[in-house]
Design a protein around this ligand. Structure first.
Ligand SMILES: NC(=O)c1ccc[n+]([C@@H]2O[C@H](COP(=O)([O-])OP(=O)(O)OC[C@H]3O[C@@H](n4cnc5c(N)ncnc54)[C@H](O)[C@@H]3O)[C@@H](O)[C@H]2O)c1
Length: 401
């Protein structure tokens, strides 16, 4: 069986690596640089080893392409393209639309199309199917299914094999073929009654995290105003063996999922006349965290950051990855610069970002830790500036939330 996977990023390449053990995989990506790199056996994604890629290429089980014609003979097509927000912070289905165009214009025999991109309930039925039909001029009747991706890049305890996978088809045949495909490399498949349930479940999982992160971020501010340690209080609450799940405060939420997916849920809810006030407020609390932190740092430094050299430590959105999408560091740096601070950042995992390079971990007036990668030593952070503020709870001896 030949499988075409549209989008070779975190999700698409990960699936390609697993599926390539059993099927011939064509990885279609619109970025020619990524295609060239992948075809020379170099992975750009944490969790997909270059050696695995090289093995698949050698066995004739993997090749990347940016030519739509190369997906023509596929039996199954997986969509794994970005679903970001527009400038107005609304769902942006432009990449999904482009993927539908590639499929519609190139796949002329009936296949199974599975969407793995995260989107709102109704996307498969009301958007993807009609779009592919439009682009193929209604010439082909494909099968359609959804199986939302749950991969957590950089994580080693849960992967494609042992993370339970939801799925549903627009028809029983689509669902059955989806089960057959994923059962080759996933141990636990859970079919739900409609694609809309699968789509909504994925959004709700990340909304659950978003609102709990917002709650703990608000609680960090309450704890500080009460003069008690937020961390000690959370540890104390966490001794309850049921009904509590510990989340920790931070400079805000980053990444492509938690700051984005709840907005997809809120948008579709509001379209159906159901207010999503809780989700909207949680988003605001998380976005406001950066300003709260900069206020705290300013207050500790005689009320002014003007002309102070501030080193932001860690700009990736989470530890041990190079991904900076929606990183909280962005807003932290903006607020610092707005107040006249001279800002540089240290993050050897990210390396370069916005045309700037990682600065040495030393010589600043103020160090502000946003993300702590495992390789960065606590004593080096503490030695980098006379005043260190930590938003991660991982730098004992620093000031912090
Ligand atoms: N990264 C994760 O941890 C994760 C987890 C669960 C779900 N998701 C969801 O999966 C989807 C993909 O996310 P990702 O993290 O893999 O994104 P990504 O940015 O890492 O990769 C997307 C890839 O798609 C390519 N692309 C864009 N438009 C294309 C097109 N029209 N045709 C072909 N290729 C195209 C890009 O060049 C890029 O390489 C999103 O909906 C995301 O929300 C991501």
């Amino acid at each position: 069986m030949k499988v075409a996977i549209i989008g070779q990023g975190y999700v698409g390449l990960t699936i390609s690596a697993f599926a390539g053990e059993h099927f011939e995989v064509v990885g279609f990506d619109s970025n020619p640089r990524i295609v060239q790199q992948l075809n020379s056996g170099i992975s750009h994604i944490e969790g997909v080893e270059s050696s695995t890629l090289q093995m698949r290429i050698k066995a004739g089980r993997y090749r990347a392409t940016n030519s739509g014609q190369d997906i023509a003979g596929a039996d199954l097509v997986v969509i794994a393209v970005p679903t970001p927000l527009t400038k107005e912070r609304e769902p942006d289905l432009a990449y999904i639309d482009a993927a539908c165009k590639t499929i519609g214009e190139n796949v002329s025999i009936p296949v199974l199309v599975v969407n793995e991109s995260t989107s709102f309930p109704g996307t498969l039925r009301n958007y993807i199917k009609p779009a592919i039909e439009k682009y193929s001029q209604n010439m082909v009747e494909h099968l359609y299914a959804i199986s939302p991706e749950r991969v957590d890049p950089g994580r080693s305890d849960f992967n494609q094999k042992n993370t339970p996978r939801l799925f549903s088809g627009l028809t029983p045949e689509a669902a059955e073929k989806t089960r057959e495909f994923y059962s080759k490399f996933c141990d636990n498949l859970i079919e739900v009654s409609s694609p809309e349930v699968a789509e909504a479940a994925k959004l709700f999982e990340n909304t659950f995290r978003q609102v709990n992160i917002a709650l703990v971020n608000e609680f960090a501010q309450i704890a500080h105003s009460l003069g008690i340690s937020v961390y000690e209080t959370l540890d104390a609450a966490n001794t309850k063996p049921y009904g509590f799940m510990k989340f920790t405060p931070s400079a805000g939420v980053g990444g492509h999922c938690i700051p984005v997916d709840p907005t997809y849920l809120a948008a579709v809810a509001e379209e159906h006349g159901a207010p999503a006030t809780f989700i909207r407020r949680a988003n605001e609390v998380n976005l406001e965290m950066s300003e709260y932190i900069v206020n705290r740092v300013q207050a500790d430094n005689h009320g002014s950051l003007l002309g102070k050299s501030v080193l932001v430590v860690g700009v990736a959105y989470k530890p041990n990855v190079a991904d900076v999408r929606e990183t909280a560091a962005e807003l932290v740096i903006k607020h610092l610069r707005d107040r006249g601070a001279v800002v540089s950042w240290h993050d050897e995992v990210v390396g370069s970002w916005h045309g700037e390079s990682s600065a040495p971990l030393s010589g600043a007036d103020i160090a502000l830790v946003v993300t702590k990668h495992d390789d960065v030593k606590v004593q080096d952070i503490l030695a980098s500036a006379p005043y260190v503020f930590d938003t991660t709870g991982k730098v004992p001896g620093a000031k912090g939330l």
